[in-house]
Write a protein of this length. Structure first.
Length: 409
């Protein structure tokens, strides 16, 4: 059941979060498996002679959102709606909100945002739209609102809002994560530890294609001096960061840069009839003997992990091992899909070992080599052979693993 939570975050300024907890969604962007669900966060600030709404929620929950909003304010009293990012999970309720508002509110965003909103929802939504430029400031209700563009984090329209006097950063997708945390904010360390893996998964699947811009844009914000000074970082999904706000941007930066967790090696493979699996058992055994901690995802006749979960494991892995069968003169389709998404969403400078098995003709390993050669990943070794692994194959596999571990250093 979809739930709406409304909580006050601070009294000066009077600031509220309106959080829709979506446990009905199964595939974010109709692609990524998220049985953990997701939240959509909007924020309402009451000021002298102004009421400011920061983003809205998905259109499916517009009525729930507006009903919750009405517990705080008459929608007609909203003077400004700030649109940080126009993706419909944040802007979908905007048309209904403006209708309830009588189109009195000024809508604020980038040029890209205006054009996208017009395309999504029509002319009515942007008839009272104010375009703001990077670094532009507005005085609203006695507060200084500074708008800072962060393009490709993760659409070209994206910006954040910094409320100067109160050191508040409204960051929309930047700082967000999947799942429905038990708490509203970062006040419980146990909740944070459970939540952060979903943040990694979110970053890679949603922003991963543009992950280099995570580091670039966070460096931009740091140079402006607002990250270190922030009192709160308030994203459009997941936890609001009120106790230790800098922590979430530091975490984003680590994921964007692909900083590894010591000894973690990601192992992905398919095995139709056990031939690849036997090889991977040898690989995993050798990794453990050498002190590594393999994290294993396997596609077999009994299991098929979510590619979104695999993607979430890539950024902090020291290395990756890919095991694949040749299937109809191609890479096994499950591995092929997983690999294509890794190369698109999680393309980091990390060493890779390829392991292949075939019946009458080996093709998969060579095709994976070609894909890896076009990426940032470093190919360490390829070991491919026919049928069940021989003693010679086992020694080649163990030697390849030793080479991989030496490469890691």
């Amino acid at each position: 059941m979809v739930n709406v939570r409304v909580e006050q975050l601070c009294t000066d300024p009077e600031l509220y979060i309106i959080r829709v907890d979506d446990d009905e969604i199964k595939y974010f962007e109709a692609t990524w498996d998220i049985p953990e669900g997701i939240t959509y966060n909007a924020y309402l600030m009451k000021l002298d002679n102004a009421v400011v709404l920061f983003d809205t929620v998905k259109a499916d929950y517009a009525d729930l959102f507006i009903d919750a909003l009405k517990k705080l304010v008459d929608p007609k009293e909203i003077t400004h709606v700030i649109v940080h990012h126009t993706e419909p999970d944040h802007s979908g309720a905007l048309p209904k909100l403006l209708e309830e508002n009588g189109y009195r509110a000024q809508v604020i965003g980038t040029t890209f945002a205006r054009n996208l909103l017009q395309g999504f929802y029509g002319e009515e939504v942007v008839k009272n739209f104010k375009i703001v430029k990077d670094g532009e400031e507005m005085n609203i209700g006695g507060k200084t609102f500074r708008f800072i563009t962060v393009p490709w984090l993760h659409w070209p329209d994206t910006m954040i809002t910094y409320v100067v006097e109160d050191r508040l950063i409204f960051s929309c997708d930047a700082g967000g994560g999947y799942s429905i945390p038990e708490t509203i904010d970062d006040s419980d360390e146990k909740v944070i530890e459970e939540y952060l893996p979903y943040v990694t998964k979110y970053i890679v699947t949603v922003i991963g294609h543009y992950h280099k811009y995570i580091v670039q844009n966070l460096n931009k914000l740091k140079k402006l001096g607002i990250v270190e000074d922030a009192k709160m970082i308030l994203p459009g999904h997941g936890l609001a960061w009120c106790r230790n706000p800098k922590r979430i941007f530091d975490y984003y930066e680590r994921v964007g840069a692909g900083v590894p967790t010591k000894d973690k090696v990601l192992v992905i493979y398919d095995s139709m009839y056990g031939f690849v699996e036997r090889r991977m058992e040898i690989v995993i055994d050798e990794l453990k003997k050498l002190g590594k901690k393999p994290v294993v995802y396997r596609f077999t006749d009994k299991e098929a992990p979510a590619v979104s979960d695999i993607l979430g494991e890539v950024p902090d892995s020291e290395a990756i091992v890919i095991g694949a069968s040749t299937y109809e003169a191609e890479i096994h389709p499950r591995i092929r899909y997983a690999l294509f998404e890794i190369l698109d969403k999680a393309n980091y400078e990390k060493p890779v070992l390829i392991v292949g098995a075939f019946g009458w003709g080996g093709v998969a390993a060579k095709k994976i080599e070609t894909l890896i050669s076009r990426s940032k990943f470093d190919l360490v070794e390829t070991v491919e052979s026919k049928g069940r692994p021989t003693k010679e194959d086992e020694e080649r596999l163990r030697e390849a693993v030793r080479k991989l571990v030496e490469w890691i250093g």
